[in-house]
Structures are given as C-alpha cells and as structure tokens.
Design a protein around this ligand. Sequence first.
Ligand SMILES: [Zn+2]
Length: 316
Amino acid sequence: MPDLVLAVDIGGTKTAAALAGRDDVPQGTLVAPSRAGEGPDAVIDTVRALAERLLETADEKSGTRTTLAGVGIGTAGVVDAGAGTIVSSTDTFADWPGTRLAERVRAALAGRLTDGAVVAVQNDVDAHAAGEFRHGAAAGASSALVVAVGTGIGAGVIVNGLAVRGAHHVGGELAHLPIRGADHLRCPCGRIGHLEAIGAGLGLHRHYLSLGGDGTVTDTRGVAAAAAAGDALAVQAIADSASAVGRALAGAAAIIDPERIVVTGGVPQIGDLWWQPMLAAYRAEAIDALQNTPILPGALGDDAPLRGAAASAWRN
Ligand SMILES: [Zn+2]
C-alpha cells in the first residue's frame, strides 16, 4: 500500500491539489484555474493535469512510479458523498449537477491508483470542516460546528466524529436560516430574510447600501475600509451583519450543542469590528448551557479543505 493520497479542493475559480501522507499535511500544493464555466470535462481535466504534475515530481524524487492509496476531493456544490456525485451547484459551474465526479476522477487517474483505492467526494465546506476538526481549531473535540463566512456562507457539522450530511445532502446549511434583521434583503436562494442575505460578504455590502451608505463603495472590502476610516454606517453595517451570524450560531448551537464552534472565511478577517458584535449577539441569544461554548477562528486557512480531503481518502 503506498503512503500517499491525492487531496483536491475544487472552487469556482481555482482548484488546488496536493499529495499528502498519513498525517494529511499537503505537500507542495499546486493551483490552477478550475475552468468551471467550461463544463465538467474541463474541471476534471484540471484535476488530472494537477495530479500528473504532482505525481511526476514524486516519481523523480523517489525514482519509482508513484501510486495513490486514494483520492479525496472537496468541491463547490451540493454533493451526494455516498455516491460521489454532484447534486446541484451555482451557475459558476456549467453542467456540474449530475456529474459522477468520483467515477470520472477514478477513470482519469486509473493508471495511478492502487487496487481498492478510495475516491471520496464531499462538499468543500465539509472538507474544510473536517480539516479543522482533525487538525485545526476543533482538534480533539468530539463535535464541532464549522462556519465559513465569505462571499457566501457555508457550514459543516460534525457529531461524534462524523459529518452530518442530511437526508438531502444539505445538513448544516446555516446560510438559509431565517434570521431577525434580514427582512429587507433577498437571499441568493430567492427567499427573503435568510442569514446569507445579510451575513455573507455580498449581503454585508448590500445591507450597507440599504442603510444609505456611500454608493461609490463597491464591495465588502470597501465597507471594511470605510469602517476603518470612521464611516459610522459602515461600522453599523458590519455590526448588523456580524450580529446576524452570531444569532444563527446560537440557534444552531441549540440544535447541535457542539463542543466547539469554528468561524473561518474572509469576512471575519475584518477583525474586532466584526467579532465583537458577532460574539455579543451569540451571548445574547444562547441559552445558559451554551454560553461558554468556545467560538474560535479557523486555524488552518487554505490548508483546511485539503487536509479534510486527504483525511477522507485515508479513512472513508
Ligand atoms: Zn436562502
């Protein structure tokens, strides 16, 4: 049995891949454009090309032909992890729903896989959650809620060491919790008042404009810069957006009672202007038993999904 697996993180713009040993640590990560708009053939070819480059380098180093004990993939979109197929996705990916990703990647890498090699596919935020759970901010816990607040909002729930996927593959989708304070904003799913409509980066920016904020500010980063420069509406927009996330975490904690909550993604990097109102909203809503649940920033950054993907290849 070889001591290497391939870990892959397929996002809407970039795909990252690395070989990893039994410690799940990515070795020499390579990144390439995903070509998601060109359809599944292009995305799978991106994965194949990255894998070949990694394997050729490994061949040169070891002086033998490298084979893989398995492949772990985290991908954007709703995933049927049991079947290794894509259930649905955003429009960034052309024709992604219905793609039999595990089967297609197995075929693309056939000459490099050992007999019995696992090809495990899961949602990218679930892979991220698995990485933080095994090796990052939730390491050593038996359960965790991991929430990524970026352009959108994703979440992964792990209970007794196992990811909660749900009956329709959307277990833990916090993004679509109805949330107080978002009634004036439409969610990307088409409904009014969901968490993502105000709590995600796009929602934060829209909320800022709805408060009467400076129309020349074009994105979340701009709102953060305006807040840092003393724009009171920007400070309020960030506080409202962060509070919505805190309320959602309190609601989710009441269902799951996770040992730890991990918050990652670009928006929390705004800093104290985001974290303080988020934590205050959590404390205001969470019942007494949940007041002291640790809420921690992610520890692994971009390595988290690859480490989670590697773990799935070893342990599925
Ligand atoms: Zn929604």
